[in-house]
Design a protein. Structure first.
Length: 150
């Protein structure tokens, strides 16, 4: 099957028509739009391969039957263009247990803060006053807490 048949265009189609056909098929068969569909992923791989082959043929200046040589538009030659293979697989996102533990801890402290703000009331306020006494080594400094206002 020729790459033109895969994209559903004539060999004489313009570059814009080929690009339009490629975009239309990509919207239909892209694996992100068809998660878990192996047939769509394989079809998208064939569509990408066909589009790359057509671009490479036109860049080299060869036709669909292999006629013509060289590059007509001056682009770089890619000797591996015909051997590219695209594989699309859907991989569900991984959930990290560390992330879930951290999220639970953050949630716990936020809830604790919320409850302390809602239900703690004004609370008791204390301040420290110096106290002390003389001892064998001189002044022992210590502080005692006294309720505010006394």
């Amino acid at each position: 099957m020729s790459p033109y048949d895969v994209l559903g265009v004539d060999p004489g189609a313009s570059d814009e028509q080929i690009a339009s056909a490629y975009r239309k098929l990509a919207k239909r068969y892209h694996p992100d739009l068809n998660p878990g569909n192996a047939a769509a992923a394989e079809r998208m791989g064939r569509i990408n391969r066909a589009y790359d082959d057509i671009k490479a043929m036109r860049q080299r200046g060869s036709g669909p039957d292999g006629s013509g040589t060289g590059r007509t538009n001056g682009g770089p030659f890619d000797p591996y263009a015909a051997h590219r293979t695209y594989y699309y697989t859907y991989r569900p996102p991984r959930h990290s247990p560390i992330g879930m533990i951290l999220a639970a801890m953050v949630l716990f402290f936020l809830i604790r803060l919320l409850f302390s703000l809602l239900f703690a009331g004004p609370g008791d306020h204390y301040y420290a006053v110096p106290g002390g006494g003389a001892g064998p080594g001189g002044y022992y400094g210590y502080y005692q807490t006294v309720p505010y206002g006394e």
